[in-house]
Design a protein around this ligand. Structure first.
Ligand SMILES: N[C@@H](CCC(=O)N[C@@H](CS)C(=O)NCC(=O)O)C(=O)O
Length: 265
């Protein structure tokens, strides 16, 4: 790969302060110690639809990355992005060599993108953003969210990780949505460990990873400053009326309890 030596960091990561699909990317970049700079687009100004952004990101959404050390290669769709970043995983820490296991990783990545992401996203939308209350939609997407957690729980009953005997891209892809759904979206009476013990054990192991907890700490602090709903569980359009989540001090306390990590641009 030819390098653009003008850039001191390898990637620009295009995000929004409440973006959910970005977390797996930041986690992998931190796991691998790759350098990046995050660029936050302002959705209020519709920057994600601007000509400048859409000239390289035709879908007008986040996330997208630019690899400055590979001729400014642009990659979008978060699971395509983590597969691309894995090219730089020269020790194969999060990849596998067996072709059947590679297919298994792809299966989970497609499942994440076509099931977990959209269903959890719709639950978020109908819980917080939709102008009218549509209880049947909330019920439908809560059921689907539980169904997806059930799929994960079933396969994790007899194994530690989704593919092979180590944490791979497949596991990393699910972390953020699972954390968000099980902590906030499914409500305060939801008990992850009771309802889905195997998935809960797996998720806890993922959350305990140093790079994962660093990204959560960093994003908690970043979002706390802006009081965004994806961390707090509160809406940003009806913050007072429907607030359900952690308050600012509780978020900062949670962030402070997480390990430090250094070395990221
Ligand atoms: N499947 C895509 C989802 C991308 C996506 O839906 N991004 C949302 C935020 S999480 C977005 O950019 N929305 C802004 C808009 O629709 O204008 C991925 O995983 O990257």
């Amino acid at each position: 790969m030819s390098a653009n030596t003008r850039s001191p960091y390898q990637f620009t990561v295009y995000n929004h302060e409440a973006g959910v699909n970005i977390w797996k990317i930041l986690i992998l970049l931190n796991e691998l110690g790759l350098t990046y700079k995050e660029y936050l687009l302002d959705f209020a100004k519709q920057e994600q639809k601007s000509d400048a952004y859409m000239s390289f990101m035709p879908n007008g959404r986040i996330p997208a990355i630019v690899d400055h050390w590979n001729n400014d290669k642009v990659v979008w769709e978060s699971n395509a992005i983590i597969k691309y970043i894995a090219r730089y995983d020269t020790e194969g820490r999060f990849t596998v060599t067996d072709p059947d296991q590679q297919t298994d990783i792809d299966t989970w990545l497609f499942f994440q993108a076509s099931h977990q992401g959209p269903y959890f996203g719709q639950l978020q939308w109908f819980s917080f953003y939709h102008e009218e209350d549509v209880p049947s939609a909330v019920t439908r997407y809560k059921e689907e969210t539980r169904r997806i957690l059930g799929v994960l729980d079933k396969v994790l009953k007899d194994k530690e990780w989704l593919v092979g005997d180590k944490c791979t891209l497949a596991d990393i892809a699910f972390i953020k949505c699972n954390e968000y759904a099980t902590r906030y979206l499914l409500g305060s009476d939801f008990d992850f460990a009771t309802e889905f013990p195997h998935a809960a054990r797996w998720h806890k192991a993922l959350m305990a990873r140093r790079a994962v907890s660093w990204v959560f700490k960093y994003k908690l602090e970043q979002d706390c400053g802006r009081e965004r709903q994806h961390v707090t569980g509160e809406t940003h359009s009806s913050y007072e009326a429907r607030a359900k989540g952690l308050q600012r001090n509780a978020i900062l306390a949670q962030a402070a309890a997480m390990p430090q990590m250094v070395g990221v641009v």
